[in-house]
Design a protein around this ligand. Sequence first.
Ligand code: AHR
Length: 327
Amino acid sequence: MRKTIGLFAAATLVLTLSACSGGAAGGGGGAHKSLDQLVVGFAQVGAESGWRTANTKDIQDSFKAANIKLQFSDAQQKQENQIKAIRSYIQQGVDYIAFSPVVQTGWDAVLNEAKAANIPVILTDRAVDSKDTSLYKTFLGSDFIAEGKKAGDWLVEQYKGSSDPVSVVQLEGTTGSAPAIDRGTGFADAIKANPNIKVVASQTGDFTRAGGKQVMEAMLKSQPKIDVVYAHNDDMGLGAIEAIEAAGKVPGKDIKIITVDGVKDGMTALANGKINFIVECSPLLGKQLIDTITKLNNGETVPQRIVTEETTFTQDQAKEALPNRKY
Ligand code: AHR
């Protein structure tokens, strides 16, 4: 009898220990925890644009509303800072890690570390180029190729029926980032059947207003003729407007401007005629992120890709949309 009790006690101890170690090794996705017991580490890109500021606010507000503890870090547009932040989340044993990768490549090592620690990773806003898709649960965010294509389609439509040469300068986002690569690809694809529409210069402005201004100033000096600016985000377009005005030209008239995002400052410039067309990219990803975490926490599966729904804005549509714009 004493022997049976001893065996039972030993078995109970083994079971208890294995249950505890499951929790300590990164929480195993936090399954069976209530939402207010979860800790999520979020490694943000930086604060480079109005879009990013709105995205950060939306994520922080959404976590507060859902009563989930958020550890937040700002990588200041540097991949090494993001990797450091993710490693520190792994060490802390958070339940989930979410991040918006500053560039597409170079994530496999740290994502494998998260996987080994049994911490599910959610990509928000930007993708990674890892072949092993088991390294993350889902990627939620915009279709950047579609955004670039919408920008190009609008431009083609503007010059429909004309074979006059159209010189476009492109202000690229952060080199190596998914939105810079994909918005460039989508745009090139949309204009390719129109050999009169040419990208005559293309350079990065790092998604910042200062960067857009600086690159535009140089392009205005080096390019004999600029008909159109295609900026990969509103902030660079707004910087370009400053440079165009300083050069004595009228943005929106002498030089047409197409941007991506649709933040308040961009939409205001569109409504005022300084920008001609904006392709929307929504920064409001907080709710989708919370829904995804909630599902994973309940043991449900989530789709590998969740695409944000978005629209486009002409000048008239911007005037109409502005009063109710949230960001
Ligand atoms: O990844 C989304 C992009 O990053 C936004 O279009 C841009 O404004 C931001 O910096």
